[in-house]
Ligand binder design. Structure first.
Ligand code: SAH
Ligand code: SF4
Length: 384
């Protein structure tokens, strides 16, 4: 049994099965998931003999940090090695609600203007306290989106719930942070809804220590798994990577559209149970000459009609090595696309991805140190 992937009930059951009082299960849970202890050494609430037994039988094994790439804005991309040697990446992003990727998804340009002299809202938390951790759910991604480095590198295996949370706890420990101010986004390597068992269990455990509204799961639109997520008693925020508003363009960019066509995905979004004042985040990677015209924006506005959504425009993060054929649109084209949506009264934000100088931006998480197709050891700028 992996204590990092164990619920409170699992640990209580373990305690009782091992002849211990039930409350020991909660103490173990709190140690690992609330206090974020790396082991049981400091667990004074537990008898010494039990601490030794736990160290032997239920060691919390976090992934090992094998690389840190720091960006100028304070973001850190972590390379983590799992027990079987597989490599994944997670990103730590400092910032307040205005610049956080989670939930608010504020236009970073607006945030910049605030920083230049804007007033802070009365009573809001100091900016430095909030931060976001972007987690991987798989060691690669088989969805194969044409514009995504992770996808270009191919599929991988699912992470277990314990590996997902171990990843989070390793990042928190390294950053010297706790749950305070934390937002979690499943926007790293992999498609969370192709790993529903691991992700749903990780969410169930995480929600014991973090309110669901601080957690966002981003999906390329695995429609049947969306229904499963929708039925959970506690749900994360939903982000859907739409990236195109017509079937042909979306199929070109995201071949998964052939399996789960757009009308079914839109129906699943309509059926998603939203809490009051919440919206579905629609992610739209803007690619020059592909999906960036005012017509594309109008089509998107029509497609989303009647859905409580906000649109997050993500200008493409270019990668000459892995994505030589795709380019980011000019600022003028980005502004024109955004203006069309704003004129149609859609809440829109533009995500200036965090940490691009550390290749920590969306769609740039690789995990692998070697490109399997091009025998090139270190992609540009990632040599440790
Ligand atoms: N698989 C999930 C979550 C990980 S991808 C999903 O697709 O939603 C996280 C986000 O990064 C997605 O919205 C995706 O569209 C975006 N993305 C992928 N490649 C990108 C790139 N090259 N530039 C900008 N955003 C990209
Ligand atoms: Fe996978 Fe998301 Fe990348 Fe598509 S965008 S290949 S679903 S990680």
């Amino acid at each position: 049994m992996d204590p990092l992937g164990s619920t409170l009930l699992d640990l209580e059951t373990w305690a009782v099965a091992h002849g211990l009082p039930r409350y020991r299960g909660r103490q173990i849970f709190d140690r690992i998931h609330r206090l974020l202890s790396p082991d049981y050494a400091d667990a004074r609430e537990l008898p010494a003999a039990l601490r030794d037994r736990l160290a032997a039988e239920l060691p919390p094994r976090r992934p090992e940090i094998v690389r840190r790439d720091r960006a100028a804005d304070g973001s850190v991309k972590f390379g983590l090695r799992l027990a079987d040697g597989a490599l994944i990446e997670a990103v730590y992003m400092p910032g307040d609600a205005r610049t956080s990727l989670a939930n608010e998804f504020t236009d970073a340009r607006a945030a910049g203007r605030e920083a230049e002299g804007g007033r802070r809202e009365a009573g809001s938390t100091p900016a430095a306290e909030k931060f976001t951790v972007c987690l991987s759910s798989q060691t690669g991604c088989a969805v194969d989106c044409a514009f995504c480095v992770t996808g270009r590198l191919g599929g991988g295996r699912n992470l277990t719930a314990g590996e997902i949370l171990g990843q989070l706890y390793a990042v928190l420990a390294d950053a010297g942070r706790s749950h305070e101010g934390l937002r979690v986004v499943f926007m790293g390597m992999g498609e969370p809804l192709l790993n529903p068992d691991g992700v749903v269990l990780a969410l169930e455990i995480l929600f014991e220590t973090l309110p669901p509204r601080r957690v966002t799961v981003s999906t390329s639109g695995i429609t049947p798994a969306l229904a499963r997520l929708a039925a959970l008693p506690r749900r994360p925020n939903l982000a859907v990577s739409l990236n195109a508003a017509d079937e042909a363009t979306r199929t070109r960019l995201m071949p998964i559209t052939r399996t789960y066509p757009l009308p079914g995905l839109i129906a699943a979004m309509r059926a998603w149970p939203l809490e009051p004042r919440r919206r579905i985040l629609v992610e739209y990677v803007l690619i020059a000459g592909v999906n960036d015209s005012p017509d594309d924006a109008s089509r998107l506005a029509r497609l989303l009609r009647g859905i409580e959504a906000k649109v997050n425009v993500i200008p493409l993060n270019e990668d000459p090595t892995y994505l030589p054929e795709w380019k980011r649109p000019s600022e003028a084209v980005i502004d024109r696309f955004v203006k069309t949506l704003v004129d149609a009264r859609w809440p829109v934000t533009v995500r200036r991805s965090r940490g691009p100088d550390a290749s920590a931006a969306c769609g740039q998480l690789k995990g692998r140190l070697q490109d399997p197709r091009r025998a090139r050891m270190w992609p540009r700028g990632t040599r440790p």
